[in-house]
Ligand binder design. Structure first.
Ligand code: ARG
Length: 458
């Protein structure tokens, strides 16, 4: 069950076998392993290193193995050290001596470097697709809520009125940047390490350009030692995944706050909430909490791999096998979180009236009241003081600025007139915010159009 018994005189200790083996997790990229081996064998035959006939036998044998695994006819056996060993042993069993030539000019070091890259490349696209689907839901919510008012916060204190479209639009921008990070990483990592051998290339006349092309890379890597020991593309990917989770976690935190009894801005769908075993009244935002919680796990993968890599001399060392479980877990966690989060926000309901009331009763129009005075010639600093006094009066009476009588306004500043009510209405406060990027519906609709174009083209 090993590829390396020749120079050994003793059986490997059983515990060492288990400790060393990676097949329990590296079987995750069996497809990529087959794909890489097919490209390698095709190149070996084209370059005359093995015969055409041997090449064909190997390729057909590998295709048959893949088909059998997919059909459940061949089970990946944990007795083997890793997926590479399993594949080679199986191939030899099927096609005999030709199978023994597959590994010509190749080491498991460049093989695993290739497999992991192929796997990561596929997963970058899969994560990207999940994030894109989430953005489609965000955009749908934006379109439907251009005039759904809510308070905007700073310091978690009501600040100025915004809209649900505007608030969700902020996340649209974050996820847009997340996707652009993913595509940058894809471009940078998209070079083929196959042919690097164990660390110093090989004496066979391998056509590295050809394998790179067959595997749809931009080209071959240019240093064989780097090729087998580079894991920084994974660190970058884990960093991008961590940033996606950081965004999702902030969003989750807001959902949890909005869903609380005190806020009641939203209602989560029953299908996306959970209950309590003891308190019958409970409907808990567990999904949002788990997404927030799992963020720590993805950060841990990033920290874990950074720490694993920091003291490793060139070139390949077995430490690097640790990249897999960390990365696989982070990828699966992120895909699961994005998809569940999408379902959760797609089904939740907004409590429009409650949000508008909240915006109205938190003095979110105080800046606009000051601006009103400025437009009538009062210097801003003075206007700020006047409105401050009005706020104090309102707090005393337990009412909103909108509820003060004109008499009360005039008592503090004679500049106020009947048109103050219109000037500080929630509608005016939002509608007048028309600078690009602001919540005013006119400019928001422009941004929504740009977002639509973005999703159509990216
Ligand atoms: N399982 C190993 C890994 O994940 C494959 C490479 C093994 N190479 C070696 N020289 N032992 O890194």
């Amino acid at each position: 069950m090993k590829l390396w018994g020749g120079r050994f005189t003793k059986e490997t200790n059983e515990l060492v076998n288990n400790f060393n083996a990676s097949i329990s997790f590296d079987q995750k990229f069996y497809k990529q392993d087959v794909r890489g081996s097919i490209a390698h064998a095709t190149m070996l035959a084209k370059s005359g290193i093995i015969s055409e006939e041997e090449g064909e036998k190997i390729v057909n044998g590998l295709k048959a193995i893949l088909a059998d695994i997919e059909a459940g006819k061949l089970v990946i056996d944990d007795e083997y050290e890793d997926i590479h060993t399993f594949m080679e042993a199986n191939l030899i069993e099927r096609i005999g001596d030709a199978g023994k030539k597959l590994h010509t000019g190749r080491s498991r070091n460049d093989q695993v470097a290739l497999d992991m890259r192929l796997y990561t490349r596929d997963e970058i696209l899969a994560v990207d697709e999940e994030v894109k689907e989430l953005m489609q839901v965000i955009l749908r919510i934006m379109k439907e809520n251009v005039t759904t008012f809510m308070p905007g916060f700073t310091h978690l204190q009501k600040a100025q009125p915004v809209t649900v479209a505007h608030h969700f639009g902020a996340y649209f921008e974050m996820f847009k940047r997340d996707r652009s990070r993913l595509s940058d990483i894809y471009e940078r990592m998209n070079y083929c390490p196959l042919g690097a051998g164990a660390l110093a290339g090989t004496t066979y006349p391998l056509d590295r350009e050809l394998t790179a092309k067959l595997l749809e890379f931009n080209g071959p890597t240019l240093n064989s030692m780097d090729s087998v020991s580079d894991r920084d593309y994974l660190i970058e990917f884990l960093s991008a995944l961590s940033t996606i989770m950081m965004h999702l976690s902030r969003f989750s935190e807001e959902i949890i706050i909005w869903n609380s009894n005190e806020y009641k801005f939203i209602e989560l769908d029953d299908a996306f909430s959970t209950g309590s075993s003891i308190m019958p009244q409970k409907k808990n935002p567990d999904i949002a909490e788990l997404v927030r919680g799992k963020t720590g796990r993805v950060y841990a993968a990033l920290m874990g791999l950074l720490t694993t890599m920091k003291g490793i001399p060139l070139a390949y060392n077995k430490d690097m096998q640790e990249d897999k479980e960390l990365t696989f877990d982070a990828i699966d966690t992120v895909k699961g979180c994005v998809s569940l989060f999408k379902g959760m926000i797609d089904t939740m309901k907004f409590n429009d009236k409650r949000m508008a009331d909240s915006a109205k009763h938190g003095f979110t129009n105080a800046t606009d009241a000051a601006d009103y005075l400025v437009k009538k010639g009062v210097p801003f600093r003075e206007a700020h003081g006047i409105v401050g006094q009005l706020v104090l009066l309102c707090l005393d009476k337990g009412i909103a600025l909108d509820d003060l009588s004109l008499e009360e306004y005039k008592k503090i500043s004679p500049v106020f007139d009947e048109d103050i009510y219109e000037a500080i209405s929630l509608e005016t406060c939002v509608n007048k915010r028309l600078t690009l990027g602001a919540p005013g519906p006119e400019v928001m609709n422009k941004v929504i159009k740009l977002n639509e174009e973005y999703l159509a083209n990216n």
